[in-house]
Structures are given as C-alpha cells and as structure tokens.
Ligand binder design. Structure first.
Ligand code: ATP
Length: 453
C-alpha cells in the first residue's frame, strides 16, 4: 500500500485530505468551482508552515534578500511589456466528436495520428491560441482602458518595483527580492488535484546580479533549492533535475532547470530555476521610459541587472509533502489484534500540529487541569492540539492521520500517584516509531522546540 506507483494511492490521499480537513473543493455545496480549492483547518497550517520556512531561509536568514508584497490586480501595461498579453497562451484544439477542449501538447498520438484522450476521436480542429490570463474591469465604466489583470505570476511586481526597492533598501548587487502570493491562470485542464489549479500561490525570488555572475548563480540557487526540499522532508532521491533543452527554453533565458518530484501520477515540475538575463528589466525600462539601471560604485559601470529566478509553487509543494508523508502500515495492538494505521509522516517543521496533549481520562479534573497547563506552556511556541475524547489509542491514531509528530499524555504518574519521582512527568509518544518515553514537563520546551522549528 506504500508503493508510490499504486494507482489508488492518489485517491487515498485525496480522501484523507477531505476527511481530515486539509483540502476541500471550492464551492463544494454548489457543485464545486473547477480548478479552485479551499484549505481546511489542517491544510492551512501545513501551507503556512511551508511558506514561513521558505520566508525564513530565503529572506530572514540572509543579508542579501528583502521582501515584497505586490498587488494582485495588475496594470495592463506591465503585462504587455512582460509579454504575457501577447504570448501567454496555450495552443488549444477541440475534439469535433465529443467537443472536449484540449491542450494541443497534451493530445496523445496513436499510429501517427492525434487522438482525443476522452473519446478516441480523430477529428480535431486546428490549434488556436488561448490566453491564460484572467481579465477584469476596474471601476464602474466598461471602457477598454479600465481593463486590469489578475497577475499570472508574482514576479512582475518585483521587476516593476525594482528601482523603489533598490533606492529604499540600499542593497548592492547581487541581491534579491522575494515574494509569496496568489497567482491566477485560466488553465484549460485543471487536474491532478491541487497540482494544476486556476488560483494558486507562488514563492518567487528574483535575484539580481551582474551579467558575468548569472550562470554561476543559476547553479548556486539550484543547489539551495534542492537543500530546501530536503529540509522539509522531501528526499533528494525523489527529486529530479531537468536541464531544460535550448529549444524548450524561453528565448531570453540562458539556462533553466526544472526541479521535479515523483508524484503518484508521474514525475512533474515543482519549481523552475531560470537565468532570465536582463530581459524583464529591459522590457519594463523600454516600455515605461524610466531607467531601471544599476550604478556600480566600485567599477563606475551602469547596467541593467541580470536576474536568476527560483520560482516555486506553494500548492504543488503542499501536494508533494502530502504524497511523501502518506503511509499505511499494519500494526498489532496489545490484545494481538491487527489493524491498518494511516500515518502522515511529515517533517515536524511542516506538520500542521506539532503536539497532541491528552489527559488520560476526561472525568478526572486533576488530569484535565494538568493537561491544560501543558497546553498553555507550549502554545505560544507551537501549534498544540488538545483532545480529551475517547480511548487514548484512538486519540493517538487521530493525530497519526493528521501527521502530529508528538503526543503527550498526562496520566496518574504525572499527578505523583505512582511515586514522587514521576510527579510532573508525562508520556511522550513519537508518531513514527510509536515509541513512548517519560519526560519532565519542565524539559518539554527545550526538547521539542528545536525539532519543530
Ligand atoms: P507548467 O509547465 O506545469 O504549467 P510553468 O512552467 O508554466 O508550469 P512557471 O510559469 O514556471 O510554471 O511557474 C512557476 C511555478 O508555479 C511552477 O513550477 C509551479 O510550481 C507553479 N505553478 C504554475 N502554474 C500552476 C498551476 N496552474 N497550479 C499550481 N501551481 C502552478
């Protein structure tokens, strides 16, 4: 059941995510909004932990990167200059038999002829471009000038604000501007759960540099990003680095890597790391008529900076974390009965809840009071889930399914009823091994905090 190639694995993951409140379809009670997803109580924590860790290593722990939070509604001139208005499109074909609309590059070929993957029909229309951007109207009038777009990537506001950030943050090249935020693409075939959706989040860094630094920084950022995935529990053996061939690269890029992950539905892109030369800043400089040049104090050279861009998808990484963590195993209880244990083996750093706190019995006020004390002690530092309902084994299982790495049980030993030496200690249960140990409440923070940060 833990075979990553099991065709049902994805279904089991999707079903767990709904059952436990990670992810719901947007507008589900009205039949659902295709390509849009809502993150439930567990999903929102998982996603937040991922974004927080990205921000921590990409911005807070570096001297050479600052942050930005740009607006989603985007001036049409920005996306005209970036090329999105004219070229951000997928060629589409329609199947004349079943009327399905398909992305041309995803229509399979059989015996030399393109065939509709839905009905097998061979009568397909000519390919036509389909712009992926969502367009909207600003203000009351419906004049063509009032058009605005929902941004298709977060990167463009970074380029457009390059000069403002440079002037205010007083950074010297090489330095980067990072952003996490929503992006929107009217994908023709949203599919594979949250892998390809119409509304999603990106974590992007634009790292500005001198032209001669570009290729070296491309390799540097590839390595940094691979390390990031390892640090959130995605092993390097499951990651594939694809060096995008010349013919498939954007014409302005001098080198692009795709970081791919072995999803249950195939090896697919998680993140792109691209050396985009000075294309974007040059486009905006030409279109706006405002200088976006950088003046190097030491060499007295003036130039439009080049940029290396690691661009990751939040939702795709959440999906990779879920796929990597999902596990089923057969366990035997103390009465010899075997059962299936579903466990999400998240790295504690990204796990939605870090600790479950359980009073052994809910009708013993002393146990409940002590458990509430432990909860209050840990809560300012980490996400704690308090649960007093049902048999303790069942409570452990519920937290296994949520991916909570640690369980703390307050029992009669804690109250000093089984010997003074055990007073104010609790049982610490480890999710993965199910091993239990005794730990003093006074040592909890120092033991747990370094593991969940
Ligand atoms: P794809 O080829 O899969 O459509 P892309 O190469 O167009 O992706 P980029 O434009 O490089 O993607 O965007 C950077 C990252 O944003 C991707 O690596 C991915 O993680 C994320 N992303 C892009 N489109 C989507 C989408 N429709 N749904 C979820 N995440 C997406």
């Amino acid at each position: 059941m833990n075979n990553p190639n099991d065709p049902q694995r994805m279904e089991r993951i999707v079903s767990l995510c709904k059952r436990r409140g990670f992810i719901f379809q947007a507008g589900e009670i009205y039949g659902g909004l295709n390509g849009c997803w809502d993150y439930g109580p567990l999903g929102v924590e998982l996603k937040r932990n991922l974004k927080d860790y990205w921000w921590r290593v990409m911005v807070r722990e570096r001297d050479d990167v600052v942050g930005l939070d740009g607006s989603i509604l985007t001036h049409p001139a920005v996306l005209k200059a970036s090329g999105h208005v004219d070229t951000f499109s997928d060629p589409m074909v329609d199947c004349r038999t079943c009327k399905a609309r398909l992305r041309e590059d995803q229509v399979p070929e059989k015996n030399g002829a393109k065939q509709c993957p839905n009905c097998g029909g061979k009568e397909l229309t000519e390919a036509r471009p389909f712009n992926l951007m969502f367009q909207t109207q600003m203000g009351a009038s419906a004049e063509p000038e009032s058009v605005a777009y929902l941004r298709p990537e977060t990167a463009q506001s970074i380029f457009v604000q390059f000069k403002n950030v440079l002037d205010t943050a007083r950074k010297k090249i090489p330095f980067g501007i990072a952003q996490i935020g929503k992006a929107f693409r009217n994908e023709i075939n949203p599919r594979n759960y949250i892998f390809r959706s119409r509304e999603f989040e990106q974590m992007e860094l634009e790292y500005f540099c001198a032209p001669e630094q570009g290729m070296q920084l491309l390799d540097y950022w590839l390595e940094e990003r691979l390390r990031f995935y390892e640090n959130i529990g995605i092993p390097r053996t499951k990651l594939h680095v694809l060096m995008v061939p010349d013919a498939d690269r954007a014409f302005y890029s001098k080198g692009t890597y795709d970081i791919e992950y072995e999803f249950p539905f195939g090896v697919q892109e998680l993140e792109g790391v691209a050396y985009r030369t000075n294309y974007d800043l040059t486009q905006h400089q030409n279109a706006s008529g405002k200088s976006l040049e950088y003046f190097d104090e030491e060499t007295k050279a003036k130039f439009v900076p080049h940029v290396v861009e690691p661009s990751a998808g939040v939702d795709r990484t959440v999906l990779a974390l879920l796929c990597e963590a999902y596990d089923e195993e057969t366990v035997t209880d103390e009465k010899g009965k075997s059962e299936t244990r579903i466990v999400l083996r998240f790295h504690p750093r990204v796990a939605p809840f870090k600790v479950g706190v359980f009073p052994l019995l809910k009708n013993k006020p002393e146990l409940v009071a002590k458990a509430r004390e432990v909860q209050a002690l840990l809560r300012p530092h980490m996400m704690v889930f308090y649960d007093e309902g049902g048999a303790i084994g069942r409570r452990y299982r519920r937290q296994d399914e949520a991916g909570t790495p640690f369980g703390l049980t307050v029992d009669f030993e804690t109250l000093g009823e089984k010997g003074e030496e055990l007073r104010d200690t609790v049982t610490l249960r480890h999710r993965d091994s199910m091993e239990q140990e005794r730990i003093a409440i006074a040592d909890l923070l120092a033991t747990l905090l370094p593991q969940v940060q």
